[in-house]
Design a protein around this ligand. Structure first.
Ligand code: ADP
Length: 261
């Protein structure tokens, strides 16, 4: 990598060939660099929770046997760090396993209202700290891969929960506009500054004010959501106001009657 073919004669065909090969090499080099960056970011992210767990294990070793408060603190911290790490590893593996085209093989008819209800029911079992309300749930058919669409909505709702203070409200809806279905997740949380609206979809990117560790984010959720949206022919749209809240939308085309199975 690095060096490129240079031809100085006038034969057009050879020059074209050189250009084609050089472009291919550029693409390979770019892909390679991206992968290196990904591995280095991933290792960095994994190192942080390990350091915290090791620190608490040490604390427990020294003081935990005598002091029940330290014992409880240590156990709580280790549990939450391992949970964070489990999710992080799952998300890293998503990228390692994913290759474009595999989603499309599992496409099927999905009833939009039913899908939202299924996601809502799962969420409600987990989060008792927020008021999660379905404001509208319209029924239509989309043609997509249900598992990944649910995963995407879960990422949006997990974020709404993470970045909204306890007792805050979170609204879910499924709305039909023209020939499209809009899944909307609206929260009443910290919001995202305008300058970061595009960047939050990049791998490992986190907005300054939410980097504080207690939200337990890795910066991978929305990049996975973006990948899933693309694989399911959906568009994503973000609207947000700082300190007021955020709305994220996934927009799917309604299935045309003639669309083949
Ligand atoms: P993370 O695991 O950090 O939440 P994401 O890729 O899901 O990673 O999101 C990237 C960043 O975008 C988050 O770290 C946070 O700064 C910001 N963000 C995402 N969703 C919201 C939201 N609903 N409200 C406020 N900020 C958000």
């Amino acid at each position: 990598l690095g060096s490129r073919i240079i031809l100085s004669n006038n034969k057009n065909e050879l020059n074209d060939l050189a250009v084609t090969i050089n472009q291919a090499l550029d693409r390979i080099e770019y892909g390679y660099k991206q992968q290196q960056q990904f591995i280095s970011d991933a290792s960095h992210e994994l190192r942080t929770p390990i350091t915290v767990i090791a620190g608490y294990a040490d604390l427990l070793d020294r003081w935990g046997k005598k002091d029940p408060e330290v014992l409880q603190e240590g156990i709580t911290a280790i549990k939450s760090e391992t949970e964070y790490m489990r999710q992080l590893i799952e998300r890293l593996l998503f990228f390692a396993r994913s290759n474009s085209g595999t989603l499309a093989k599992h496409f099927m008819d999905i009833n939009t209202a039913q899908l939202l209800l299924e996601v809502y029911n799962e969420i409600n079992l987990i989060d008792a700290n927020h008021d999660i309300i379905v404001t509208k749930n319209e029924s239509e058919t989309i043609y997509a891969e249900p598992g990944s669409v649910k995963q995407m909505l879960r990422i949006f709702i997990d974020n709404a929960i993470k970045y909204t203070p306890p007792k805050g409200k979170i609204y879910l809806s499924c709305e039909i506009h023209e020939k499209e279905v809009y899944y909307k997740i609206t929260d009443t949380g910290i919001g995202i500054p305008r300058k970061d609206w595009d960047r939050v979809f990049e791998r490992f990117y986190r907005v300054e004010q939410s980097r504080a560790k207690e939200t337990g984010g890795s910066g991978l959720g929305l990049s996975i959501a973006k990948y899933i949206a693309k694989g399911n022919n959906a568009k994503l749209k973000l609207e947000s106001e700082l300190h007021k809240g955020t709305t994220i939308m996934a927009i799917f085309p309604i299935k045309k009657p003639e669309q083949k199975q």
